[in-house]
Design a protein around this ligand. Sequence first.
Ligand SMILES: NC(=O)C1=CN([C@@H]2O[C@H](COP(=O)(O)OP(=O)(O)OC[C@H]3O[C@@H](n4cnc5c(N)ncnc54)[C@H](O)[C@@H]3O)[C@@H](O)[C@H]2O)C=CC1
Ligand SMILES: O=C(O)[C@@H]1CCC=N1
Length: 255
Amino acid sequence: MGLALARGWIAGGLPADRLVLCDPQPSEFATQFAAEHGIRLQASPLGVLTHVLVIAVKPQVIYEVMAEIQPIVGSYTLVLSIAAGISLVGLSEGLQTERVIRTMPNTPAQVGRGITGAVGLAITEEDRETANALLSAAGQVMWFDDETKIDGVTAVSGSGPAYVFYMVEALAAAARRQGFDEEQAMQLARATVTGAAALMDADPSPAGTLRENVTSPKGTTYAALQVLMAPDGLEPLLDRAVRAARQRSEELGRA
Ligand SMILES: NC(=O)C1=CN([C@@H]2O[C@H](COP(=O)(O)OP(=O)(O)OC[C@H]3O[C@@H](n4cnc5c(N)ncnc54)[C@H](O)[C@@H]3O)[C@@H](O)[C@H]2O)C=CC1
Ligand SMILES: O=C(O)[C@@H]1CCC=N1
């Protein structure tokens, strides 16, 4: 996810010499990206004068990483974390600074179409503008005053792209049961979801109206929606999924 943001910043015009990528085990893709754009890639940020420190490691290793890199954090450093579950207080204690922002982006950031939730601790208006400029390169940004909202953002839009991709897989599986081969089934499912998303993007009508536009009275869509909109249909299922993700975000924060 960190690399997706970095790609967005470079694509958005950030000069390559203003960015230092730090990863002790960079992927081939990260190595290639850095080489292609002339970006410094090094194992550790120790020794780097850091005005904005973006932490994009797994929540499971973040405390260890913060202990290691704390010496590079000074009063000149704004910290921005994308780690699921890790609280402002956890970040502040781990890095010995209150200039911290907790964010939750999502993977459509890779194509500049993400949405990020953000909340700050003791940040200035200038800090917020700096963070907003960086996060905007990945798509929309929503700021909150209440940190608990970030657990909700994590469960809805942070993890959300996976729900949609799984919907494509499930629709393709249903198509296979209708006699289509694997390739045909996936083509039908994928084009349906990307096409519906593009239509929703182009037409500001409420999603419910777009749904009604597909639904002829007593027609085929109506028959399918009787199943999906039943009391045990998609809404309670998604509600359970979102609650599970939120609970996990809260657990990661306590670990
Ligand atoms: N994947 C997603 O959709 C999203 C992930 N996140 C958050 O992003 C963070 C990273 O998750 P992913 O990108 O999915 O995982 P990932 O495994 O793709 O990326 C983690 C990176 O951290 C690097 N790393 C490990 N130890 C390090 C260290 N000591 N110093 C510097 N880099 C180190 C790894 O080599 C790896 O490249 C997590 O905290 C996750 O909660 C946030 C929003 C969405
Ligand atoms: O699955 C995760 O924990 C991360 C956070 C949101 C999306 N991926």
